[in-house]
Ligand binder design. Structure first.
Ligand code: IMP
Ligand code: MG
Length: 173
């Protein structure tokens, strides 16, 4: 779906957008969602190459064992991290139902940050109950199950240097 070269050129564009958006910020707290967004975020922030971006890894897991519907998302890794008056950027691999982003935003907003922005590698084109503003997206993809470049299927395929459609899942769906 996306070659290594295509991903790289999308990331270059995204790194410029993010640098511009935070030009006046002295410090940005970047919350990277493990494990899907790690590879993407590491490459992106190498391109941005600015120490003011402080990267923190957090984890989101569904109470229902990872099923897509349900929406009970548990977030860990945010304890003891001050977000008050900070500029916060949330980075995830893919924006699908939006449950994960919604849960993180609900947790972050009461801590009164100065600003919150969202960034994803892939934006899935589907109908959603609750729309969340995604500030930065590298690419838009159709409603298929994709793997690679950090995205997994049961822990597999994260290490692929490109993004591919996993046919076996999509054909059984
Ligand atoms: P959401 O909460 O439904 O938006 O789902 C977001 C999370 O589900 C992402 O952080 C991914 O971990 C996972 N996910 C959703 N769609 C895919 C996919 O097509 N491939 C791999 N993981 C996915
Ligand atoms: Mg994820």
């Amino acid at each position: 779906m996306l070659s290594k070269e295509q991903i790289f050129s999308h990331l270059q564009e995204m790194s410029n957008q993010i640098s511009k958006a935070y030009f006046n910020s002295p410090k940005v707290i970047v919350l990277v969602l493990l494990g899907g967004a790690k590879i993407f975020a590491d490459d992106l922030f190498k391109l941005i190459d600015d120490d003011k971006f402080q990267i923190i890894y957090i984890k989101a897991s569904s109470y229902n064992g990872g099923l897509k519907t349900g929406g009970n998302v548990e977030i860990s890794g945010l304890d003891g991290i001050n977000l008050n008056k900070e500029d916060v950027l949330i980075v995830d691999d893919i924006y699908d139902s939006g449950n994960t982003m919604a849960a993180i935003l609900d947790l972050i907003q009461p801590r009164k940050p100065n600003s919150v922005r969202t960034c994803v590698l892939l934006f899935k084109q589907i109908e959603r109950k609750r729309q969340i503003n995604i500030d930065f997206r590298a690419a838009t993809v159709p409603d298929r199950f994709v793997v690679g470049y950090g995205l997994d299927y049961k822990g597999q395929y994260r290490d692929l240097p490109y993004v591919a459609v996993l046919e076996v899942i999509n054909n059984n769906a």
